[in-house]
Design a protein around this ligand. Structure first.
Ligand SMILES: Cc1ncc(COP(=O)(O)O)c(C=O)c1O
Length: 390
């Protein structure tokens, strides 16, 4: 059974990170991230949502515009920062903010979060133009798009600030963690000051839990283990990974507990080879597109000039029938697909395309560690499921 997600790190890297974690290299990670993104400063934080939270708290504007097809963690961070959320519908081409809808809804002097969902760059030129015309500040949610490019330039370098995430399903896997990337020094200073006042040292128990979680996650990509242990667990939960209500609570682990030494090391190891990770993911995405583009009952991202995605999740829209039926059909052929995201943020009546995508979306596995045989097996499972659900 091929798992829906898997880590980019390895047992060897984890062991090495644990052995060398006595020397905390937070400053080095911040320097290397700043260099990678040509940012003025980087600030490492406990998660991607924490990065957004501290950026928002450092900005005076009250109104925040978010795509309605979004991760719940983002909504949580904006609410915790005590901002007013305005949702914007998304488009069916790149699943990101629809610029026409943004133009209709925009309020001057607000913050616009330009999200690169799935790792596909959003329409940055148009969003920047709308921000300029309305005196708004653009922040990039780059949590899913580490290494993606827009017109030859890395996403995460266009906004006044951007966020990155090192959560276990992301392009860099560090048992959580994240970073805020700043193009504006005074914003960096404000965010750092707020965080410095609130941060706490990571508890030993948290560290142990993170190590164990990552070790289990590493083992879980073993086909037999996944079939015998993970699938029955997922079945009990109805297979979804993203159901349930949004609980707005500032959990210390996600917002205040610093990244520990071994997490920083893990992020550093992967950052130094992230080009290879992205290259392999891109190759897999190309293979999926070539193989699946002509199948009528599903839809894959067809590509746009000037956009080089760095897929963190690979989206597949199920156009015929219920996505759960399609999911189960693919599962019966030995491949587990992801569900992100099966909900709409905001009232679904107002966000037609966000609703449509949430109802139709599934994700294909895209980690760089997939072998060519596994990629072929995934394609074959999709083809067979398309035949069976006709
Ligand atoms: C687009 C996007 N932004 C932000 C986040 C939050 O990142 P984290 O889990 O590190 O808080 C996620 C999480 O999956 C995400 O997909």
């Amino acid at each position: 059974m091929i798992s829906r997600v898997g880590p980019e790190t390895s047992m060897f890297e984890l062991a090495l990170a644990l052995l060398s974690s006595f020397k905390k290299e937070g400053v080095r990670l911040e320097e290397e991230l700043s260099k990678f993104f040509r940012a003025k400063r980087a600030l490492i934080l406990p998660s991607g949502r924490a990065a957004l939270y501290y950026i928002l708290r450092s900005l005076p504007q009250k109104d925040v515009f978010l795509p309605a097809f979004n991760c719940r963690a983002v909504v949580e961070a904006v609410k915790l920062a005590k901002k007013t959320i305005h949702y914007v519908d998304v488009n069916m081409t790149d699943y990101n903010m629809d610029v026409r809808d943004l133009r209709r809804r925009i309020v001057p002097n607000s913050i616009v979060v330009a999200t690169h969902q799935f790792g596909i760059p959003c329409d940055l030129d148009s969003i920047q133009r709308i921000c300029r015309e309305n005196n708004c500040t653009m922040i990039e949610d780059n949590a899913a798009a580490f290494g993606a490019k827009y017109k030859g330039r890395l996403t995460g370098t266009f906004g006044k600030a951007a966020i990155a995430s090192f959560e276990n399903t992301k392009t860099i896997t560090a048992s959580r963690g994240g970073a805020a990337l700043f193009q504006d020094i005074s914003l960096y200073r404000k965010a750092k000051k707020i965080y410095e006042n609130e941060k706490i040292r990571q508890k030993l128990l948290t560290r142990i839990i993170k190590i164990v979680q990552l070790a289990i996650y590493l083992v879980s990509t073993n086909h037999t283990f996944y079939r015998l242990v993970i699938i029955p667990y997922l079945k009990r939960k109805g297979y979804y990974g993203d159901k349930g209500k949004l609980k707005v609570a500032k959990t210390p682990i996600l917002y205040c507990e610093e990244m520990s030494g071994f997490q920083i090391k893990l992020a550093l190891f992967q950052l130094r080879r992230v080009g290879k990770i992205i290259h392999r993911r891109t190759k897999i995405a190309e293979k999926y597109r070539e193989a699946l583009a002509r199948i009528k009952s599903v839809s894959v991202y067809s590509g746009e000039i000037g956009k080089n995605p760095s897929f963190m999740r690979y989206p597949l829209l199920v156009k015929r029938g219920r996505k759960m039926d399609f999911y189960l059909a693919v599962l019966s052929h030995g491949v587990d697909l992801g569900f992100s995201f099966s909900y709409v943020c905001g009232n679904s009546v107002n966000y037609k395309y966000a609703t449509k995508i949430s109802e139709q979306i599934l994700n294909l596995p895209i980690r760089s560690t997939l072998s060519d045989d596994e990629v072929d097996k995934i394609i074959e499972a999709i083809r067979m499921a398309c035949e069976e659900t006709k």
